[in-house]
Design a protein around this ligand. Structure first.
Ligand code: GDP
Ligand code: ZN
Length: 477
C-alpha cells in the first residue's frame, strides 16, 4: 500500500486534465530536487519557499540547440518538513499545455519518480502527522465543494475544527481510564465515595458534548452530500411552476394542458448552501397514453428516491367543504414516515377570506389525514411568488432538522459511526459500573469509546480503510 512505503519520490500533474493557463507538476520525496534539477534548466539554485524561473527543454533536441526550449516554468521548492507533505516538495508550473505537462511527468518517472496514487500527497501529510484524518478529508471536501457554505465547512474542518471538538471528551475519557487503571480510590470532599458514583459522574460529563456532536450529522450530512427533492402532485396543480419559482428561471415547460411534463426534469440549486437537486415530475394520475405512463413510472421512482417530497396541491380546486381530491389523498397517504411538505398552491385564485376558510376547512374535514401525515403546509402562488420564500425556508428546515450550520459538524458516515461507537462504549461502561461489574470490564468499554474517538482523527484507523479514504481523492492532491 501507499501508506507503507513513504520513502520514494512521487510525481503527478496537480492541475485538472486538459488545457489551462497554468499547469503544475508536483514532486514529493527525497529525490524531488534532484529530479527537478534534471527536468528543467533552472536559472538559480532551489531555495525553500522561493520561486525560480526555469526552461523546459525538449529532450529529443541537441544540447546546444536553441530551439530545444519548449516552455518556460516557475519552480517552487519547499524543504522538508515545511511543505504540504512534510517531505521535500517541488512544484513546476508551466503553461498549461497537456503535451508539456505529460512530457514533464514522463521524464520525472524516467528519472526515478513514481506516479502518485490519488490523494497520496495528502496521505503523506497525514502519515507525517502534519494533519489528522478529518483534516485530510477536508482537503478533498474543499476541492469538491459546490457551494460556498460547503467550502466554509471544509475549510473549518481543514483547520481542525472537528478534531478540536472531540479533544476535550477524549482527554476526560483518558483521565477516567487512567484513574481506573491506577485503581485509585475516589474521594470527594475528603470523604471516600463509591467509585461507581464517580465513574457515572465522569461518564455523565463526557457524554453530552458527544451527543451534541452526533446531532450535527443531520445538517452536516446534507451540507456535505446535498439532497434530492421531488415535486409531486396532480396534473396542473402547478408543480412545474413551483419548480421554476424555486429554480428562479424557466427550466421546465409550463403549460395549461394537464399531463404535459411527461418526463422528470431536474435542476440543481443551492439552498442555504446545501446543494439541492430539484426533480419536477409528471403528474401522478391514471395515464391516458404510453408516453405519459412512462413519465409516471419515472415520477414514482423519483418520488421513491427523494430525500424530501414536495406535494403541490391546487388550493383553488378544493371545494368549499375543504375536501381533498382523491388523488391528493392517495399521494399524502403514501408519504407516511417520509420527509415531506405541502405547497398549498394557486392561493392567488382564492379571496383572502376563503384562504382562511379553506385552511380551516382542510383541517376540520380531514383531521384524520392531517394527523396522519402531519406535514408543514405552505400557502404559495407560483404566479405572484407569494410564499415561495417561506417554502424555501420550510424545505431548508426539513433538510437540516432546523439546526444551524456550525464549525466542526459531522459530515460523513465515517465520522458519525465513530461518534456513535464512542457513545455506545460510554453507555456500556456506565451500565457495567451500575451492575458492579469489575473495573476491568468497565475499562474495556471505555477503551472501546477511546478507540472510536481516535478513529475519527485517524489514529486507530486501519491501513486498508485509510487507503480507501485517500483513493477518493483526485490524483495530484
Ligand atoms: P403541473 O402540471 O403541476 O406541472 O402544473 P403547471 O406548473 O404546468 O401549471 C399548470 C397551470 O396552472 C399553468 O397554466 C400555470 O400557469 C398555472 N399555475 C401554476 N401555479 C399557479 C398559481 O400559483 N396561481 C395561478 N393562478 N396559476 C398557476
Ligand atoms: Zn408540470
Amino acid at each position: 500500500s501507499a501508506a507503507s512505503a513513504a520513502v520514494d519520490t512521487i510525481a503527478a500533474v496537480s492541475t485538472p486534465p486538459g488545457r489551462g493557463g497554468i499547469g503544475i507538476v508536483r514532486l514529493s520525496g527525497p529525490e524531488s530536487t534532484t529530479i527537478a534539477e534534471q527536468l528543467v534548466r533552472l536559472r538559480g539554485p532551489l531555495e525553500h519557499a522561493r520561486a525560480r524561473f526555469a526552461e523546459v527543454l525538449d529532450p529529443t533536441a541537441d544540447e546546444d540547440d536553441t530551439q530545444s526550449r519548449i516552455d518556460e516554468a516557475v519552480v517552487t521548492f519547499f524543504a522538508a518538513p515545511n511543505s504540504y507533505t512534510a517531505e521535500d516538495l517541488v512544484e513546476i508550473a508551466s503553461h498549461g499545455s497537456p503535451v508539456v505537462l505529460d512530457l514533464l511527468l514522463r521524464q520525472a518517472l524516467t528519472l526515478g519518480a513514481r506516479l502518485a496514487e490519488p490523494g497520496e500527497f495528502t496521505q503523506r501529510a497525514f502519515i507525517a502527522g502534519k494533519i489528522d484524518l478529518t483534516q485530510a478529508e477536508a482537503v478533498r471536501d474543499l476541492i469538491d465543494a459546490q457551494t460556498l457554505a460547503q467550502a466554509r465547512l471544509a475549510a473549518s474542518q481543514m483547520g481542525g475544527a472537528l478534531s478540536a471538538r472531540v479533544m476535550p471528551s477524549k482527554h476526560a475519557l483518558l483521565e477516567l481510564i487512567a484513574l481506573l487503571e491506577a485503581g485509585i480510590d475516589f474521594a470527594e470532599d475528603d470523604v471516600s465515595v463509591a467509585p461507581e458514583r464517580e465513574i457515572q459522574r465522569r461518564i455523565g460529563a463526557i457524554r453530552p458534548p458527544l451527543t451534541e456532536l452526533e446531532a450535527t450529522f443531520t445538517h452536516g450530512r446534507v451540507l456535505h452530500d446535498g439532497l434530492t427533492l421531488a415535486i409531486v402532485g396532480r396534473p396542473n396543480a402547478g408543480k412545474s411552476s413551483v419548480f421554476n419559482a424555486l429554480v428562479e428561471r424557466d427550466r421546465a415547460i409550463v403549460t395549461a394542458i394537464p399531463g404535459t411534463t411527461r418526463d422528470t426534469v431536474s435542476e440543481r440549486i443551492a439552498l442555504g448552501g446545501i446543494p439541492l437537486e430539484l426533480v419536477d415530475t409528471a403528474g401522478l394520475r391514471e395515464a391516458v397514453d404510453e408516453a405519459e405512463r412512462l413519465g409516471i413510472v419515472r415520477s414514482r421512482q423519483a418520488l421513491a428516491d427523494a430525500a424530501i417530497v414536495l406535494v403541490v396541491i391546487d388550493a383553488s380546486e378544493i371545494g368549499p367543504a375543504g375536501h381533498l381530491h382523491e388523488e391528493d389523498r392517495t399521494i399524502l397517504n403514501s408519504l407516511e414516515g417520509r420527509s415531506a411538505l405541502i405547497a398549498w398552491n394557486k392561493c392567488d385564485l382564492l379571496d383572502p377570506d376563503t384562504e382562511d376558510t379553506l385552511a380551516a376547512g382542510i383541517e376540520s374535514s380531514e383531521p384524520a389525514l392531517l394527523a396522519h401525515v402531519d406535514l408543514p403546509v405552505i400557502p404559495t402562488s407560483a404566479v405572484t411568488g407569494q410564499g415561495i420564500a417561506e417554502l424555501r425556508e420550510a424545505i431548508l428546515k426539513l433538510a437540516t432538522g432546523g439546526a444551524a450550520a456550525e464549525p466542526g459538524m459531522l459530515t460523513s458516515l465515517r465520522h458519525h459511526r465513530a461518534v456513535t461507537q464512542a457513545i455506545e462504549g460510554l453507555d456500556a461502561a456506565s451500565a457495567a459500573a451500575t451492575n458492579n461489574i469489575p473495573h476491568e470490564m468497565v475499562l474495556l468499554d471505555l477503551y472501546r469509546a477511546l478507540w472510536a474517538l481516535d478513529s475519527l482523527t485517524g489514529q486507530t484507523t486501519p491501513d486498508d480503510v485509510l487507503n480507501l479514504i485517500f483513493s477518493t481523492f483526485c490524483i495530484g492532491k
